[in-house]
Design a protein. Sequence first.
Length: 127
Amino acid sequence: MYGDMHVLSPFVSSGEFYILRYCEKFEKDVWVITNVSFDYSKETILPACSWRFPSGCLIPAMRTGFWFTEVTWIEHVEVDDNIQANSIYKDVVSTGIAYGAERWLFEIQRICVKLFTFSPYFKPSLD
């Protein structure tokens, strides 16, 4: 499979890689999906600027009256710190903050707040 990993900015190029994916039902109602980078062409002159180490997710079904799932996702990615980026983003990319979990959790939290703010059922707390 071919994958792109983007920083949420048009000024930073995406990390591109080819991956192998394996899915397996681990036990009843539990699935495991793993990804790892694959160097499809040894003849490539330019080395990959990003590499995905064994990564993936664990998806157990939770029966609580409704069918819900809890997804645990683990990413282990190495990105070349010489990647072409705009000068204002150079420090963010070279320190790993741009592709780190904290950055993505912050973005998810920001989007959730935005969605709930415009929800008709949203009642802001004064605490």
